[in-house]
Structure formats: structure tokens, C-alpha cells
Design a protein around this ligand. Sequence first.
Ligand code: NI
Length: 138
Amino acid sequence: MSKKVAVFRREHFNAAHRLFNAAWDDATNEKVFGKCALPNYHGHNYELEVKVVGKPNKDTGYVMDMKDLGDLIKREIHSRFDHKNLNLDTKEFKNVNPTAENIVVVIYQLLRPHIDKKLEMQVRLYETPRNFVEYPVD
Ligand code: NI
């Protein structure tokens, strides 16, 4: 097969966060971020979808071994973020506001070096069933 195919792996993690801009006072943070700025944090059930695009390998018929992709996500993402407080427990969000937008970019940057350069990759992150983000954008 010489046509490109997209393969997807879905994983899940739970994490707590608080949206907050340290340069602003509490009233401004509350105005901009609402309940998301509450000082005692809140949690989300994040659903992560990693999309990998390429031509299936001649010998295996795989674009990428999905087990390897699942293992990679567990190693790079779960181990860092699952059941963590993103603001307090991770170095990635010590100084970065853990919005879905920022989280999806961080996840992409953590995974990309481990995936064959010949393959395109995109990450989608659901913060709630209705709110989700995607990176990179064409
Ligand atoms: Ni939130």
C-alpha cells in the first residue's frame, strides 16, 4: 500500500489543576478563569488521542505498532501527569498555565522525539466531553 493511513491511539489520565496567571491579582484571575481559578484546584478526566500518519510498512503492514505507541504514551505522559496536580507536581507546568491548550502542546513535544520523523503526528486532548483541543494545526 502506498497510500497514507492515519492510526489513532487513545489513552486516559486524571489530573488536577488550577488556571492562574501569577502576574494578575485574585480578582482578575477569578474574572478571567472563573471557577477554574479556585485556589484549591479541581480535577479532570483527560482523554488523549494521538494520531500518527504515514504509509504502512511493506513488511508489517503497520504505520506504527499501536502497542509501541500505547507504551510510549504510558511512559512519557502517564508517568508524568496521571493522578498529579499539574501546577504543583510537574516541572512542565510550574511556570506554564495548565490550560488544555498548553497541555496538548507539552504532550506533543514530549512524544514527538520518540516517533519516526517520517510519520506525521497530531495530538487531541479532551478536557471534558465537550471541550477539546488539537495540536499542531495545519
Ligand atoms: Ni479545569
